[in-house]
Design a protein around this ligand. Structure first.
Ligand code: TEU
Length: 543
């Protein structure tokens, strides 16, 4: 299994992309309508978050039926049309497979609750709960009806973990994956896939909310090999990405090295915790640049040496917008957005663009808890109050950290609701839509810069395939790395701050060629170079 490393993936949160029916919820028809826009951007594949029937307690990650389309989003015929239109434009689709858990409304859980023992073995039932903490707050076990037993839910109480140790479960899930493969999808994103392997004996684990007891268990690799063999591994051009919660470089090499035949690549989140106080999300702190730099370097070099493959990203539907976290967005939105883009699009791995990132979208400025809908935010707010924070303190943290920050409707133009819907949007449009929208930004700085980065990856094998080597390892301000392929070298310098900084250039680059920069003025190369606020420069070496 070797993937095409020139490809770039674009993530769409279907609920928020484009509504064509006026019900306030984005739909498949809206995605079809916008495919030419994505063609213009230049991406190769679209990852869609779940659009399956679901009670929407966790916005579709609580799947009630794995092989159907939720009627809010359209029909199976719409889905087939979307694939076909994509094919005609050279755009492939990657679907989200949520196989660690299903909704308690899924018929498997309902049958289990009704007493069917065959289906009871689809879930993780125990006589006594352990001390594991749910990722959405509270204990991770809930009473299983009136049986006296408890079922495991690592996420919401309505998301019951599936028992992968049961071969019947594995068989059903393989069927799901193959159902969508037969429909013509060319990729899968596997939700929290490194949590599927639970030990036979489940025990208390007071460390880190219980995570070590269920994360990256060795059996997970066996399950992935099985899934690979039984489904997508049969198609050489297939692209798969595992979402890895609290994982390690060692495991991600195992998950993604081609000879292992597990997955094509992995998302990890360590670099997105550099603004967490003591690793806790519900806290506020400026990002720690040195930590970010070191993480990029250790993952970049570690995966490069181990022949693993990273999925590269700053934004997704679970993260506040990177521009609000890492950039002085009021003064340097264009410079910051383009620098962040270059820092991953020129790196080693497959870049992912989250809808709206290509136009520099920012967090909404919601003023009340009533504007937030995400279950995680609501739970966290309550927990913070219970812990003694004032409503103002808790709200400030929600504003900065809520997953709704990235889930606001895509901003297409300056008309009402940003051109997303003619109805009432399910989640309020961000306050910035009159300044930041597709219509305007196509003529701005950010969208064209993404187009250029995507083109460069297609044109230059050193970007797509080159090794990764850390550079300027001690810089307090510049994240820099080199790429190397067949004796060719590329240096990428990214100034992560609003102040200028001077950098000594190694000889190889003093007579090199500037490949791309996010400032209009010409860059003159010598033994020393001055980077402006949030400037990014990539230089092809001449040695
Ligand atoms: O997220 C996995 C995950 O670990 C989340 O807890 C993530 O770290 C958190 O949202 C950040 O605050 C995946 C999906 O991406 C997410 O949308 C789902 O809610 C979750 O799995 C459960 O399916």
């Amino acid at each position: 299994m070797t993937i095409d490393k020139r490809k770039v993936v674009y993530q769409i949160y279907p609920k928020s992309y484009k509504d064509t029916t006026g019900n306030g919820v984005g739909d498949l028809g809206g995605i079809i309508e916008k495919l030419p826009y994505l063609k213009e951007l230049g991406i190769d594949m679209v990852w869609l978050n779940p659009f399956y029937p679901s009670p929407q307690r966790d916005n579709g990650y609580d799947v009630a039926d794995y092989t159907a389309v939720n009627s809010d989003f359209g029909t199976m015929a719409d889905f087939e049309e979307m694939i076909a239109v994509g094919q005609s434009l050279g755009i492939e689709f990657m679907l989200d497979m949520v196989l660690n858990h299903c909704s308690t409304e899924h018929e498997w859980f309902q049958k289990a609750l009704a007493g069917d023992e065959y289906y009871q073995d689809f879930f993780i039932l125990r006589d006594k709960p352990t001390d594991w903490v749910s990722k959405f707050g509270g204990n991770a076990w809930a009473p299983f009806g009136d049986t006296g037993k408890y079922y495991l839910h690592l996420f919401d109480i309505t998301q019951a973990d599936l028992n992968w140790r049961n071969p019947n479960v594995r068989e059903e899930l393989v069927k799901v994956v193959n159902f969508w493969r037969d429909k013509g999808v060319k990729g899968f994103r596997f939700d929290v896939i490194n949590l599927i392997g639970k030990d036979d004996e489940i025990v208390d684990c007071p460390v880190n909310d219980g995570k070590p007891a269920y994360t990256d268990r060795p059996v997970t690799h066996d399950y992935l090999k099985m899934l690979n063999k039984a489904s997508f591994g049969r198609d050489d051009s297939f692209m798969t990405v595992g979402e890895m919660s609290a994982t390690t470089i060692e495991n991600c090499i195992l998950y993604t090295a081609p000879e292992r035949e597990e997955l094509s690549m992995a998302f990890n989140f360590h670099h997105l915790k550099v603004d967490y106080v003591d690793g806790q999300k519900w806290s506020i702190m400026d990002f720690d640049f040195a930590a970010l730099r070191d993480l990029f370097h250790s993952w970049g070099e570690g995966m490069s040496k181990g022949n693993g493959w990273n999925a590269l990203f700053y934004n997704n539907h679970d993260q506040p917008r990177a521009l609000n976290r890492f950039i002085d967005v009021n003064n340097f939105r264009n410079e910051g957005a383009t620098m962040l883009a270059a820092s991953i699009h020129l790196s080693r791995g497959t870049p992912y663009i989250y809808m709206g990132e290509e136009i520099g979208m920012i967090d909404p400025d919601y003023r009340s808890m009533a504007d937030y809908v995400d279950i995680e935010s609501k739970n966290a707010y309550q927990i913070m109050l219970d812990e003694g924070k004032t409503p103002e303190q808790a709200f400030t943290i929600i504003q900065a950290k809520s997953r709704d920050n990235s889930r606001t409707p895509m901003q297409w133009d300056a008309s009402e609701h940003a051109g997303f819907t003619t109805g009432t949007p399910w989640l309020k449009v961000g306050h910035s839509y009159q300044e930041i929208n597709v219509e305007k930004e196509k003529k701005g700085k950010i969208f064209p810069f993404y187009q250029e980065l995507i083109k460069l990856r297609k044109k230059l094998p050193i970007i797509a395939e080159g090794h990764y080597k850390a550079a300027l390892k001690d810089s307090e301000q510049v994240y820099a790395f080199e790429r190397e392929l067949d004796g060719q070298k590329l240096l990428v310098l990214n100034n992560f701050f609003a102040t200028e900084v001077s950098v000594d250039l190694p000889e190889c680059y003093q007579n090199g060629q500037v490949l791309i920069s996010n400032y209009d003025n010409e860059v003159s190369l010598s033994d020393n170079i001055c980077l402006k606020a949030y400037q990014t420069i990539a230089i092809l070496g001449s040695c």
